[in-house]
Design a protein around this ligand. Structure first.
Ligand code: FE2
Ligand code: FE2
Length: 225
């Protein structure tokens, strides 16, 4: 597919890349290194915040629109969102809290094991949830809504992010993206954001890598205007 909802696939791709990396990071974490533990805890806390914002955008914009045409579909996705909180993220928080206060090696091992287990769960559950959204929900959406409506939905979901989190999330997506996806994401943002907000994001992306940015300028001449 290629259309306004591509951007919705991009955020899903970025989430899936991150949960796979987090699983490895949790497995390899050195529990005795407090700095390393704190860095992973921060990375996961940010990820959780971003995912909650993404879910909230789905629950407030996408699901209500879906529900008008397909009753009882959206609630199963919301159910997954809630399930992540108590079955996955609460355990991750508990593991980090345990690591922060544990002083014996044996106890630390238990918390590390829990952290790894919860990150495997996060990866597997997220993959299933996002595959359902990508393969079942999006095709229905594209069949039921015309292009203008799809643009309104994609723009409405993007508009749910506060500017700071939006900037961080765009940087997070851009880092792992192929050049084609970067181009698609930038074109989308150019269309939906006010000029000033887009300018701020563009400057941030340019600052991440001058080489990558010149490739974007080659592909999207309006960026140099
Ligand atoms: Fe979702
Ligand atoms: Fe999603």
């Amino acid at each position: 597919m290629s259309g306004p909802l591509d951007v919705y696939l991009y955020i899903h791709d970025a989430i899936l890349r991150e949960v796979a990396e987090l699983e490895l990071a949790a497995r390899e974490l050195n529990g005795e290194d407090a700095t390393e533990v704190a860095a992973l805890a921060d990375r996961m806390a940010w990820f959780h915040k971003m995912v909650r914002q993404h879910e909230q955008a789905e629950e407030e914009v996408l699901f209500p629109a879906m529900n008008e045409r397909y009753r009882f579909v959206a609630e199963t996705y919301k159910f997954d969102h809630d399930h992540f909180e108590d079955q996955v993220f609460d355990g991750i928080d508990a593991a980090f809290a345990g690591l922060a206060r544990s002083n014996g090696n044996g106890e630390r091992k238990d918390h590390l094991r829990l952290l790894h287990r919860q990150n495997i769960a996060l990866n597997v559950h997220m993959k299933l949830h996002i595959s359902k959204e990508n393969e079942l929900l999006i095709p229905k959406l594209e069949r039921e809504f015309d292009i203008e409506e799809q643009i309104a939905i994609a723009g409405g979901m993007a508009g749910m992010f506060d500017p700071q989190l939006m900037g961080e999330t765009v940087g997070f997506m851009y880092r792992g993206q192929s050049a084609n996806d970067r181009e698609g994401m930038i074109r989308f943002l150019m269309n939906v954001l006010p000029e000033e907000a887009f300018g701020g994001l563009a400057g941030m992306l340019e600052g991440m890598s001058a080489d990558d940015w010149s490739e974007m300028q080659r592909r999207i001449p309006e960026l140099s205007a």
